[in-house]
Every structure is written in structure tokens, then in C-alpha cells.
Design a protein. Structure first.
Length: 111
């Protein structure tokens, strides 16, 4: 009986120690996750800034004209294409929503 009591006491101490070690381990894991979250948020912010700068219409127009050699369309080169009403299930958007080209004049973009 005495051996059983000692064994039960040792088991309780073992469970208590194991539980404390597990709590400490989880605490370290939480701290690592918080640090990783901060790093990922910083990287996301940097990528959003980079995306904004790369997607700027002025930059795209500059790259299109200087690097790709594209020129703005001349008057009469842009043609509006209207969808046939014969196509089932398709509806054409209002004309004011259709934009096919932009005309660049002295560094400004006119629609």
C-alpha cells in the first residue's frame, strides 16, 4: 500500500512537471509565431507599396512609351465594338463603362 502511495505521488509530480514544461514550450511557440506574424506584416506592407508604385498609371504609360515603343492611339484608331443582342444570356455594358484606350498628352493621361 505504501509503495502504491509513493508511486501515485511520483506520477502526480511527473504529470505536474510535464504540464509545466508543456506550458513553457507553448509559450515559446507563441512568441515565435508573434515574431513571424510581425515579419510577415512588414513584408506585406512593403509588397503593397511596391505594387502601388508598379501599378501607377503614370509609370505604366512611361514604360509603354519609352521601353516598349508604344504610342497613344490617334483619332479614328479607336473603334467601339458593340455586342450583338442575338447572343443569348449576354448583356452589353453601357457605353460609358467601355474604355478601350487612353490618350497621353504632355505627361497627363486623358480618358
Amino acid at each position: 500500500m505504501k509503495t502504491l502511495t509513493i508511486l501515485a505521488g511520483v506520477m502526480l509530480v511527473f504529470v505536474f512537471v510535464w504540464e509545466r514544461v508543456d506550458v513553457v514550450r507553448l509559450g515559446y511557440q507563441i512568441e515565435r509565431s508573434k515574431s513571424q506574424k510581425i515579419l510577415l506584416e512588414r513584408e506585406r506592407d512593403q509588397l503593397q507599396v511596391k505594387f502601388s508604385s508598379l501599378a501607377a498609371p503614370e509609370r505604366i504609360a512611361k514604360v509603354a512609351t519609352e521601353k516598349l515603343g508604344l504610342i497613344p492611339p490617334q483619332q479614328g484608331q479607336v473603334m467601339m465594338v458593340h455586342q450583338s443582342m442575338d447572343a443569348p444570356g449576354l448583356s452589353s455594358p453601357p457605353v460609358e463603362q467601355v474604355r478601350l484606350a487612353r490618350h497621353v498628352v504632355t505627361g497627363r493621361i486623358n480618358e
